[in-house]
Design a protein around this ligand. Structure first.
Ligand SMILES: N[C@@H](CCC[C@H](N)C(=O)O)C(=O)O
Length: 276
């Protein structure tokens, strides 16, 4: 990634299965991000456009700290696909096969196994307090039409199992559930259909962003919910709109892998930064 220039803010554009990100290396002393600047950069018409922005910081006990922002300027506690992209960047930069990553959720680990980069997104959060969910609600059977499941992965997810995910009006139904009072911090909304005991089709409405081509933490939450409902095993392929992700729910956490692409390096112009 290019070093800081006085003319603007350097960034890198990447995507994981089509879930696209602006990655800003704040270790270089980049300007402190604000919700207004994040929204300006995320504007797909006047700015750069992204699903999430990942802000990289040095960390005393870990290889990197990542702070996640949604396109609307809200913060996110987890972002599986952006974490995979950053892991790919740093492993390539440093020539290592293991990384200790800190996010708002806590300590995460990335490993390269036989050339494939996996990220351990941590154990699923199933207690309503941790998801978070309104008190007194059963996360396994939410009191909503469609009987969805709530799972936390450092961010909240509301997973609907449907006959055919392709047929779902994700925009209408996702927007209707995102800010349901059952979720004190709002929620990501997933619509999944079972293709096979090791294969799910998933479409997502992301909190603070809308429909995305893939969602890593959503894939993890969906795999956990499917297993808890007895629909799949603990290792599943998730067919997202932008490509396939693989989830492996192990004793030490929910591991995630999938495609990563570096799109370009560039510098945020002062004009875009002035939009903030
Ligand atoms: N695309 C991300 C999820 C990003 C955060 C989500 N919108 C939220 O607000 O929790 C992923 O890959 O996990």
């Amino acid at each position: 990634m290019e070093s800081r220039r006085s003319s603007g803010l350097p960034f890198c554009k990447m995507h994981g299965a089509g879930n696209d990100f602006v990655i800003i290396d704040a270790r270089s002393g980049a300007a402190a991000l604000t919700p207004a600047l994040v929204r300006a950069v995320g504007d797909r018409h006047r700015g750069v456009g992204f699903d999430q922005l990942a802000e990289l910081h040095d960390h005393g006990q870990a290889d990197i700290e990542i702070r996640f922002w949604n396109a609307d300027g809200s913060r996110a506690g987890a972002c599986g696909n952006a974490t995979r992209c950053v892991a790919h960047l740093l492993m390539t930069e440093r020539g290592v096969d293991r990384l200790h990553i800190v996010t708002a959720r806590g300590d995460l680990w990335a490993e390269r196994r036989e050339g494939v980069i996996w990220v351990n997104m941590g154990a699923p959060l199933l207690d309503p307090v941790d998801i978070p969910l309104a008190p007194g609600v059963d996360p396994r059977h939410l009191p909503l039409p469609g009987d969805p499941v709530a799972v936390g992965m450092g961010n909240p997810h509301c997973v609907f199992f449907v006959t055919d995910a392709e047929a779902e009006d994700v925009a209408r139904r996702g927007a209707a559930v995102e800010n349901d009072p059952l979720f004190p911090q709002a929620t990501n909304v997933e619509f999944a259909s079972v293709i096979a005991p090791d294969h799910l089709r998933l479409r997502v409405w992301e909190r603070g962003t809308g429909i995305t081509l893939a969602c890593g933490s959503g894939a993890c939450a969906t795999a956990v919910a499917a297993h808890l409902r007895g629909l799949t095993g603990r290792q599943v392929t998730i067919r997202a709109d932008g490509g396939d992700l693989a989830v492996d729910w192990r004793a030490d956490g929910v591991w995630l892998t999938g495609p990563v692409a570096h799109v370009f390096d560039a510098v945020l112009s002062p004009e875009v930064m002035a939009l903030a």
